[in-house]
Design a protein around this ligand. Structure first.
Ligand code: NDP
Length: 326
């Protein structure tokens, strides 16, 4: 770990907030594969490498992921100024009640943020995201509610996740016209197998709105680590209940061929397949931070080694990867 290059920090789009080039998120893992003890080890390993942003969501393990992250951070004794933390709201965790599920209405948002803060044991999150768009609530109502959350000090910045470019621009325009807090960041999936939104659909938003990106699933749930090239390893995410979709991606002949070539290219610069895939994501200048996932400290440390891969990723290699995964 000591030999890792220094962690770069990027502004979150045009916002002043600085986030580490690589960050760490808790989806699938915290509360499922990772308990508080292991969470502490992982959070500390990430912080030791310079990670300052930790991603979470209300819905992850139905609130348990927020509880574990909050508890782990308290036990680690971190000061609040040391880290940036997020949550994301939309699906709800109270089951099939009206106003509490699949919504971005005012009642849900203003109550959900309180629930997240209680589980995390915090007075505020740095970032709060609308986890998905809600076609059943007027956008103006959602923008007012998110702006009010920021005004109340319960979150410092708000943004969106998996919204379309049109939806983001419309929300931004409403906030601009009404003098409300504007959305400053979007959280899209971005990896070698999933490129369109970040590279094409959002292309005009970076300059027009100063949009920052906190990107998710940089390894396509592990597929781009090459771990599925020789079958489905026991205990891997693809074997978990509800994650069968990973097998469809991983066991596809075209994907296998491309991942094998990625592995061959990684070997030529003495980095792992995962590290090269992660470096490719980080090399996109519109990506403010690449949210890593890891079910063990070993994986997390390997993935943080993408800092080395980033130094070795030449423009020629990047162009080859762009073409291979076009
Ligand atoms: P990845 O695509 O990197 O997948 C991470 C998983 O891949 C790990 O949990 C592990 O699973 C496997 N893996 C990771 N590194 C290695 C390695 N070096 N070697 C072998 N296997 C490895 O990221 P995630 O899908 O976890 O997404 C990252 C974060 O993004 C999430 O934690 C969350 O914070 C955020 N996110 C946001 C979403 C949104 O809608 N806004 C949606 C999804 C994620 P295993 O060991 O179990 O096989």
């Amino acid at each position: 770990m000591n030999t890792l290059p220094a962690m770069p920090y990027n502004r979150l789009g045009s916002a002043g907030l600085q986030v580490s080039q690589f960050s760490y998120g808790s989806w699938v893992t915290f509360g499922n594969q990772v308990d508080t003890g292991l969470a502490k080890e992982q959070l500390q390993a990430a912080a030791d490498a310079g990670v300052n942003f930790f991603d979470n969501a209300e819905v992850y393990e139905n609130g348990k992921s927020e509880q574990i992250m909050g508890q782990a951070i308290r036990e680690l004794g971190w000061e609040r100024w040391q880290y940036v933390i997020s949550t994301k709201l939309f699906w709800g965790i109270h089951g099939d009640y009206p106003n509490m599920q699949d919504t971005l209405n005012r009642k849900y948002l203003l109550q959900a943020i309180d629930g997240s803060l209680e589980r995390l044991g915090l007075d505020f999150v740095d970032l709060v995201f609308c986890h998905r768009p809600d076609p059943n609530t007027p956008l103006e109502e959602t923008v007012y509610a998110m702006s009010d959350i920021v005004e109340s000090g319960k979150a410092l910045y708000w943004g969106t996740s998996e919204w379309s470019a049109d939806e983001i621009r419309a929300a931004w325009d409403i906030a601009d016209k009404r003098n409300l807090r504007k959305p400053v960041m979007e959280q899209p999936q971005y990896n070698l197998l999933h490129r369109d939104k970040v590279e094409r659909e959002f292309a005009r938003l970076y300059e027009d709105l100063g949009l920052g990106l906190t990107t998710w699933s940089p390894l396509a749930s592990g597929v781009l680590s090459g771990k599925y090239l020789h079958g489905i390893p026991a205990g891997s995410r693809a074997t978990l209940k509800g994650y069968d979709f990973i097998k469809d991606t991983a066991l596809n002949a075209d994907v296998e061929r491309k991942v094998q070539k990625l592995a061959d290219m990684a070997a030529t610069v003495e980095v792992t397949t995962a590290q090269l895939a992660l470096a490719w994501v980080a090399a996109n200048p519109h990506v403010s931070t690449v949210i890593l996932g890891a079910s063990s400290v070993k994986q997390l440390q390997e993935n943080l080694g993408a800092l080395t891969a980033l130094e070795r990723l030449t423009p020629e290699m990047k162009a080859q990867l762009d073409q291979l995964f076009a």
